[in-house]
Design a protein around this ligand. Structure first.
Ligand SMILES: Cc1ncc(COP(=O)(O)O)c(C=O)c1O
Length: 351
């Protein structure tokens, strides 16, 4: 019998990747085990996942399960671009700051990033880089990538998404959505996954899994035909084709084939709202961005943050500005939040 080697009572607010696997997902993995299934995606779990994804995103949608979010983003974007293509994104986009240059180095695309006040692009911000078509000296802006919910925990409304896709399409650019936390956004806005993507004109989506309680795996969901055709080859070239794909698909099925995606994400959002309310009621700490999904961004003295961090793990967001990020997960409890808030109060009082 194997036993844990970690202390499972240690919990924190560092990342929604720190949490474990939702018991229903673990059970789905176990249920997918045994016997033999065709490899590389010709299995029954992947076939069923295709049906579930169509029920959310419409019959046009095709899902390509992949290992991770960086792979999903790079591969999805490559499917939209020729060799000379460029992608307009926010400065704060994960593709720009947290993927070690993979879009440029592995995907061979240029990122044209623009500053935003809150992690959100607008047609006006897009236009800062949307120019120079036909000029052989400039990488051609042919795609826009936006993140929902954003890296700063903010949300695009459906109207904002529609305005962006209409604007981008009008200029001949296609739109990718990094939906690593799409479930948090849909749960927060009270809308369906398809309503927020297919319904707003998104062309291709990186669909999250890991941050919402699965062990590993994300999906690329092509919402238009062209990208779906090239994905077959790009996914393999980018080393994102899983041989035992049934185990990624079974997890995504557990999440998206039931209401688990929404209940888990809504819970994480509710815990962030609880933490955010406490922060707003506490002197000495301030919110940096509105709390709209499962992340709380706060400003407090670095020395206080450092002492608090000895009790609960979390990351600085911008050390120079004294900003930190606190993330909530599907398994964050009210008691976790309350003890964290109590510890925050103690460390602020000890200043
Ligand atoms: C917005 C966003 N996109 C994509 C990812 C996927 O990253 P990974 O390659 O670690 O799965 C993350 C993970 O932190 C993220 O926050």
């Amino acid at each position: 019998m194997t036993s844990s080697i970690h202390d499972s009572s240690i919990r924190g607010f560092a990342s929604d990747n720190y949490s474990g696997v939702h018991p229903e997902v673990l059970a789905a993995l176990a249920a997918a085990n045994g016997g033999h299934q065709v490899s590389y995606g010709e299995d029954q779990y992947t076939e069923e996942l295709g049906r579930v994804i169509a029920s959310h995103f419409g019959d046009i949608a095709t899902i390509f399960p992949v290992f991770n979010g960086t792979g999903a983003n790079v591969t999805a974007l490559q499917s939209l671009l020729p060799r000379w293509g460029a992608v307009i994104c926010a400065n704060s986009a994960h593709i720009n700051v947290d993927e070690n240059g993979a879009p440029e180095r592995v995907g061979s695309m240029k990122l044209l990033s623009v500053p935003t006040p809150d992690g959100k692009l607008t047609p006006e911000l897009i236009d800062l880089e949307a120019w120079g078509w036909g000029d052989e000296h400039r990488a051609q802006p042919l795609a826009v990538s936006l993140t929902q919910s954003t890296e700063l925990g903010t949300l695009y409304t459906l109207e904002e998404l529609r305005a962006i896709t209409a604007h981008a399409h009008g200029k001949g650019m296609r739109v990718h959505m990094d939906g690593a936390r799409l479930s948090n956004a849909a749960a927060a806005l009270g809308v369906g996954l398809g309503e927020m993507t297919t319904g707003t004109g998104i062309d291709i989506l990186s669909l999250g899994g890991t941050k919402n309680g699965i062990m590993f795996g994300e999906g690329i969901v092509a919402l238009t035909e062209g990208p779906a055709e090239s994905m077959k080859y790009l996914r393999k070239m980018n080393m994102q084709l899983a041989s035992k794909m049934r185990f990624i698909s079974a997890q995504l099925l557990a999440l998206y084939g039931t209401d688990l995606w929404r209940t888990s994400a809504a819970h994480a959002n509710a815990m962030a709202a609880r933490l955010s309310a406490a922060v707003q009621a506490t002197d000495g700490v301030e919110l940096v961005y509105p709390t709209e999904s499962n992340g709380v961004f706060a400003a407090l003295p670095n020395a206080v943050a450092d002492r608090l961090r000895e009790r609960f793990r979390f990351y600085d967001w911008d050390r120079a500005a004294g900003q930190v990020r606190w993330m909530c997960s599907f398994d964050t409890t009210e008691a976790d939040v309350d003890s964290f808030v109590a510890a925050l109060g103690e460390e602020l009082a000890a200043r």
